[in-house]
Design a protein around this ligand. Structure first.
Ligand SMILES: *Cc1c(COP(=O)(O)O)cnc(C)c1O
Length: 399
């Protein structure tokens, strides 16, 4: 059955992904089951999306109840879940206003647009350039892609959007040298996720904030992957005491229900008046009801705190692997956004772990990334570490 479905998918679905030949049918917490009934412990979580785990009863209930009441009416009107979600986000962050959309890329599009519009409104339309980091990832739409500091992602889409300058991550002098009178904003991830789990240094973010203040530029944090508890704080920038002007969210916000958000201070948000930006589905009652349940649960169960503790435990266990296996170069990350860099290709490790019932993924060819649901237990971590121990051991025994 699954073989037939996989073949049918490969004939009809756009071939933009090299998928693993497995078909998942259900999930529960940190466990997934494929069509053969085989179970897997999930350290991917839909790529840092399912923070509360699979089939979360609260989210399921919120979605079902809302679906039976009102799914969508358009942003021409008011709806309650959106108001409550906006209030929660504003109440738990530096921001004063929220623009809702449907994905991380769209949230970053909104951030890019609001940065340009802010200076347009100030009578400085020539001030439209944005400095971003090499190795960054901001999404696949034309604007977000133009802000992404990876050749392989921009390849074939020239001319990309004008006005982006790239500097090495964690390099203060490079940043200071790249900003100019036409720079309107700096756009950074607090931890580069797709870029190989690279954590910003505190001095770096502090220096960039000062530079932005000095030059009157906006600081935008892309917290699409790091936001909402993943790194051990509700938002990753809280670890640093550095406050941005704009922040983007998506991945964990709906626990799998698609929703994104761009948050901004009042001073910036005022650039988005009626008609300045829009999206049909943004903040629709169904998505907002799902997200409201997610954020309330994150807070009620202190999942950021749990991510911090479990992340510390996972990293300490992975450090033990580094001592035992010379092909492990480095363990890094924050909270439950963890990377393990190998001196060899990671794909065979991902495959071997999958055969043993553990889902992990690999970024930048050699970095294994672990982003489990924030509800992950120590037993699951121990199981993963044992599995990796075997797989890495076998890999090193091969000639
Ligand atoms: C995943 C991701 C995006 C893109 O989100 P989509 O929902 O896939 O458009 C943007 N920025 C970061 C940091 C991400 O991790």
């Amino acid at each position: 059955m699954s073989r037939d479905l996989i073949e049918r998918a490969d004939r009809t679905v756009a071939a933009t992904y090299l998928r693993h030949p497995v078909l998942f049918e259900k999930g529960q917490g940190c466990t997934l089951w494929d069509s053969d009934g085989k179970s897997y412990t999930d350290f991917v979580a839909g790529i840092a999306v399912c923070a509360l785990g699979h089939a979360h009863p609260g989210v399921a209930r919120a979605v079902c109840e809302q679906a039976g009441r009102l799914v969508h009416v358009s942003n021409l009107y008011y709806t309650k879940p959106m108001v409550e979600l906006a209030e929660w986000l504003v109440g738990h962050s530096f921001a004063d206003r929220v623009f809702f959309c449907n994905s991380g890329a769209e949230a970053n599009e909104a951030a890019i647009k609001i940065a340009r519009r802010t200076f347009y409104e100030k009578g400085e339309p020539e001030r439209f350039r944005i400095v971003a980091a090499s190795g960054s990832f901001h999404g696949r739409t034309m604007g977000a892609l133009s802000a992404t500091g990876q050749e392989k992602i921009r390849k074939g889409y020239d001319p990309v959007l004008e006005g982006f300058d790239f500097v090495p991550f964690n390099d203060v002098p490079a940043m200071a040298g790249a900003v100019g009178p036409r720079t309107c904003a700096v756009l950074l991830e607090v931890v580069q996720g797709e870029g190989g789990v690279r954590v910003a240094e505190p001095e770096y973010l502090q220096a960039v904030r000062s530079l932005c203040d000095e030059k009157g530029m906006l600081l935008i944090f892309d917290e699409v992957q790091t936001g909402l508890g993943r790194t051990g704080a509700m938002f990753a920038h809280e670890h640093y005491g550095v406050v941005p002007d704009v922040m983007t969210l998506a991945k964990a916000l709906g626990n799998g229900f698609p929703i994104g958000a761009m948050l901004a201070t009042e001073a910036v948000a005022s650039a988005f008046g009626p008609g300045a930006h829009a999206t049909t589905f943004g903040g629709t009652p169904l998505a907002a009801a799902a997200a409201l349940e997610v954020v309330r649960t994150l807070e009620a169960e202190d999942l950021p705190g749990r991510a911090r503790r479990m992340g510390d435990y996972l990293r300490s266990r992975l450090e033990q692997l580094r001592e035992r296996h010379p092909i492990v170069r480095q363990v890094r990350g924050k909270g439950l956004l963890v990377g393990l860099e190998l001196s060899v290709q990671g794909a065979p490790v991902v495959k071997a772990c999958m055969e043993r019932g553990y889902l992990i993924n690999c970024v930048q060819d050699t970095v294994l990334r672990f982003v489990p649901p924030l509800i992950v237990e120590t037993e699951a971590i121990d199981g993963l570490v044992e599995c990796l121990d075997e797989v890495l051991g076998e890999l090193q025994r091969e000639p």
